[in-house]
Design a protein around this ligand. Sequence first.
Ligand code: AMP
Length: 508
Amino acid sequence: MISVPNPGSLATRIRAVGQKFGDRPAIWDDGATATHGELHALARKLGDCINALVAPGLPVALLLPRSLESFIGIVAALLTDRAYVPLNSEFPPERLMSICRSAQPGAVLCCEETRAKGEALLGHLPEETCLFSMEGDLLKRGEVANAVPLRGPGEDTAYLIFTSGSTGEPKGVRITQANVCAYLDSIDPLVQVTQSDRLTQFPDHYFDLSVHDIFVGLTSGAELCILPKHRLMEVTEFVRERDITAWCSVPSVLAFCEKLGHLAPGSLPSIRVSVFCGEPLPTRLAAAFAKAAPNMRLINLYGPTEATVALTAYEIKDFDAIRSLPIVPLGWAMGEQICRIDAPEGELEGEIILGGSQVSKGYINAPELNVQKFFTGADGVAYYRTGDIGRRSEDFGAVFVSRIDDQVKVNGYRIELHEIDAAVARASGSAEVAAIAWPITADGHAEGIVAFVVAPKATATDIRKACRKLLPSYMVPRQIVEIDHMPLSVNGKIDRKVLKKTMDAARP
Ligand code: AMP
């Protein structure tokens, strides 16, 4: 088997694979397959339409579900030197607007299902923004107007992914084509995906783990198999049916499979390599998966959106070696990248600092935050302060300990609790609010959000209803608890640990 040489920019790498593996399947989307050749032909056609109507360098927003259409959009954007901006059509209109105000797309791609939302969004965007509707023949153009050059975040940007922001507004992480190439150079030797592989495509494209699937697939000639929305309860059955060889997900997906009793030993023989990223991977769960997929190499990846998917890796070669650890270590920086633990003199624990060519150029329109989180070292290397606390270990590289701040993961989604606080404050008319991630499973996974409010001016039902208009569904508190005062820590900040204990104590 010959692997594809990967020189040049991301667009060059993708183009080379389109030519070399034109006849090989590229995308499996609910029963229909498009080859790499077909995908590229459709992307070129769309790219020509975009180029004819949209000023150079302006981003292309994708108001599309995970589908062949979204892949056409991504390839078209990159081949025309534009960034793609994945949007979730299920997001409240206000949030979509906030993202678009920041990203300033020159074009919005929608499909039949999302067209009405695209049209509504267009009403709030500059007049020259184009809406393309990918229906029927995939390229029936919707409402378009003459485009004039606008400000763009730079032609070299591959995508803008918006993550939860502590100020109450989502923040856009700018990742360049060079960042993605650096990630591929790190990960390719580890996963060794070739044109013979079939990859899972689970995460939505507004989540940076999807970047792994999208670009490992598009630059290797492998086939990406999109898990249909209606089969979320049948992940392992899907893996067997599609004869999947390479798996990539957040650990929560695996926890869900286990909960359903779908990890029978030996039941997933086709998988040869799996990567997990985005949240702590419980050792116990990893061991159960290794038994279900006995022919697999299992790799735990670690990294934030700001360092392009993942920057460190730990391959589990011997479960006995990590038996004493509740979660799988983060390992060492991949390839040329740098992972440092900023521990005080003589201590092993400190903030994890990531450096190298995978590190983002920063958030768009957030100069102050950029100064706080990104810096150039004396060595001239770009660094990012993750806000994660890690412990240095001779045997395991880095081990994840906790967060410095109030960022949490709920079912794999990255959430700033302050963003929920801001929404609950608006919805309840009270300034004294605090959200926590709760409940937490025995493995340490947060499954939902609970918000506490002092003297709310609305009922719990109305607060939740109003939150649904402001927040994505995974951030909406499942429960609103009224309390008479907020517990404060010694430094005067709200003590969320006490709130968590209150919930634990009240648990039946
Ligand atoms: P995201 O930007 O959505 O990828 O989230 C990044 C954050 O997820 C990191 O800063 C960590 O807090 C957490 N994270 C990512 N990978 C891991 C891992 N393997 N183990 C523990 N936490 C992780």
